[in-house]
Design a protein. Structure first.
Length: 228
């Protein structure tokens, strides 16, 4: 039986027939530039050259594809079947190997201590306004990391270029018509830090990612013995 989670709001974002112009521009920017910047930042934070990488909330899968091209073992997971389909098509097109799983990052269908890196980008900022417990999701991501593995979270930063574009749309009442998300948040450094701290992360680093033209805030930490 094929596992299904029913159509989510995210399926609309990844439905080629329903995709808005803004989503297309955003996807183009991520695929052509930002995914490279994210991959470099994740490798620099984790300092690994091989191993298993897991992305819950992988969307179209471009960052995963870049890791797969570098020889990492990849597991992509998403809540949206349309997003997973897009990721699979990308992997097929590029003749890459990867595993694709449908699932919810708040309840990962995965055993403890599996990955060298767990990361996501553009995901954890969608929970606070929707009154969901983002630290509970971070805790789940920590659970599936191996000891000494690295958790990396990338979110849009407060006062970033995207934040001002968002404000422009909001000012002219264009959000509903053009902005693809109803629950997007822009995080201050201390907000991302708190999200990770509440989840039990230790030795957390949070900073703006200059290579993303300061669009993104990156937070990372290692899993140590005490996190077991
Ligand atoms: C804004 S998109 C970002 C996708 C991709 N990481 C990127 O950078 O292009 C957010 C993704 O997170 C997924 N997502 C949202 N909530 C989720 C959850 N609870 N569990 C797993 N995936 C989730 C959505 O389906 C969507 O694909």
């Amino acid at each position: 039986m094929v596992k299904t989670m029913g159509e989510t709001k995210w399926d609309i974002l990844y439905d080629p027939k329903k995709k808005s112009l803004f989503s297309r521009i955003e996807e183009f920017a991520i695929n052509t530039y930002f995914s490279d910047a994210f991959v470099k930042a994740i490798l620099s934070a984790s300092k690994i050259k091989s191993g298993k990488i897991f992305e819950p909330g992988s969307g179209g899968g471009m960052a995963c594809a870049k890791f797969a091209q570098k020889g990492f073992e990849i597991i992509s997971m998403d809540l949206s079947e349309n997003a997973l389909k897009k990721g699979k098509e990308l992997f097929n097109f590029l003749s890459l190997d990867g595993k694709f799983t449908l699932g919810d990052l708040f309840n990962l269908p995965i055993k403890n201590n599996q990955f060298d890196v767990v990361f996501n980008q553009g995901v954890m900022e969608h929970f606070r306004l929707a009154k969901m417990d983002a630290p509970a999701g971070v805790k789940e991501m920590m659970r599936v990391l191996k000891k000494d593995g690295t958790l990396v979270i990338l979110v849009p930063a407060y006062f970033s270029p995207l934040y001002f574009i968002y404000k422009f749309f909001k000012f002219f009442n264009l959000l509903e018509k053009y902005w693809p998300y109803t629950d997007q948040d822009f995080l201050h450094k201390h907000e991302l830090y708190q999200m990770m701290h509440k989840a039990g992360c230790k030795n957390i680093t949070v900073r703006r990612l200059w290579s993303s033209f300061f669009f993104s805030m990156i937070g990372y930490c290692k899993k140590n013995d005490e996190d077991e």
